[in-house]
Write a protein that binds this ligand. Structure first.
Ligand SMILES: [Zn+2]
Length: 391
């Protein structure tokens, strides 16, 4: 989920009236706010000011030189800084133009490093703000380097490695959950016949905290978003609801490493991720919701609603589990039941074959494969599913 969520930003400014935007295709790459106070670090500011044009030139081209990146997790940092291009891109008919960002803050964070705050204009309205991002420049060598605020903003955090996974956190981690996640990583690697992924997890309370740590101070498309994660990007994970077990998206990652995107049936793969990983979201107690639990809840639902048309419930994906968590899907639960049963009866290769029924096929692909592997079709769907749920 949100694995490749690109950053698209818009915002109506209330008080940044000092911003004056120019939209140009080339040449000027940024402006400096008239209100910027640089008197404390004039020399350093001049150095950065001279260098930023070349940096934003690279951003505009979507390719920042790797030796300009500083900090931990540099492949992640590089790809994240390259998103700046999307913050400034303005589609104007055939032509793509780039809105010029304005530098509005510049201050020392120690060790020859400075934090910069940049504001991008609104795509629709040149008097508004599209997005705001903080980033770090390092002046300790001849060549100015660039990074995210992630290291700085987590500098007092603790760090602990559990097997293949390194956690960064404030107080403590739940070792039982961390062990489950490590075991899942090893289990997936074995199943897919790949090396286990080496992973880093930042324990954040919610999605907005991820945005703050990475410097995306304003990101309107994600306004109000709390319970989502950011997938696994270059081995880096930001936890959902401060939960150590990110195995749902880890399963998607392994599938992506091994199989072609267009072959992967999303409905079936969500079932696989529900079964082998978890349901991605946490319950009210902050625990990951597991397929075993959802199967019991589905059984209870069927008992209470004896006339329910399960085929219709599956295809409509009616939100019957809202009381557990608003995002939980009965369609994914049932897809998970099919996945589990195919793997139990016929093994992992057949279960993968069910998932590889095509990106565009969705339910059509699922029905083809459950007929092939389990003999389930639209006619016997109700009775067969009831049997699998334990009636
Ligand atoms: Zn998923």
């Amino acid at each position: 989920m949100n694995l490749c969520s690109k950053l698209v930003f818009f915002y109506l400014s209330l008080h940044f009236t000092m911003l004056h935007f120019t939209i140009m295709s080339h040449a000027q790459t940024f402006t400096v706010s008239e209100d910027l106070r640089t008197k404390y670090y004039e020399e350093e500011f001049e150095r950065v000011n001279d260098d930023l044009t070349s940096f934003f030139d690279q951003v505009e081209k979507g390719e920042i030189k790797a030796d300009l990146i500083i900090g931990s997790h540099q492949p992640f940092v590089k790809s994240f800084l390259e998103y700046f291009k999307d913050l400034s891109k303005i589609e104007n008919g055939e032509e793509t133009q780039f809105a010029i960002p304005e530098l509005v803050n510049f201050y020392s964070i120690g060790n020859n490093q400075f934090m910069l705050k940049m504001v991008w204009p609104n795509k629709e309205n040149a008097t508004g703000i599209n997005s705001i991002a903080d980033f770090v420049v390092d002046l300790s060598t001849d060549k100015i380097k660039y990074g995210l605020p992630l290291d700085y903003r987590t500098r007092y955090w603790k760090k602990e490695t559990i097997g293949t996974v390194t956690y960064y956190f404030r107080d403590e981690i739940n070792k039982a959950r961390a062990n489950v996640f490590n075991q899942k990583n090893l289990e997936f690697a074995k199943k897919f016949n790949l090396d286990p992924q080496v992973l880093t997890v930042y324990m954040v309370d919610q999605y907005q905290e991820f945005l703050d740590l990475t410097g995306l101070r304003y990101y309107p498309e994600d306004n109000g978003k709390c319970r989502d994660g950011y997938g696994v990007d270059q081995g880096l994970i930001f936890a959902i609801d401060n939960n150590e077990d990110f195995s749902h998206d880890l399963l998607h990652l392994y599938m992506g490493l091994k199989y072609d995107y267009l072959d992967r049936n999303r409905t079936a793969e969500e079932g696989m991720a529900y079964d082998l990983g978890n349901a991605y979201y946490t319950d009210a107690a902050g625990e990951m919701i597991e397929l075993d639990f959802l199967i019991e809840e589905l059984k209870t639902y069927i008992k209470k609603n004896s006339e329910v048309d399960l085929l219709k419930l599956y295809t409509s994906d009616e939100k019957i589990f809202k009381y557990i968590a608003p995002e939980i899907s009965v369609q994914r639960t049932i897809s998970g039941i099919f996945y589990r049963e195919i793997e139990r009866r016929k093994g992992f290769d057949s279960a993968v074959d069910y998932v590889l029924s095509g990106r565009t096929q969705r339910l059509k692909g699922v029905f083809l494969k459950i007929e092939e592997h389990l003999g389930i079709n639209k006619e016997n769907f109700n009775e067969q599913l009831k049997m699998l749920v334990g009636f």
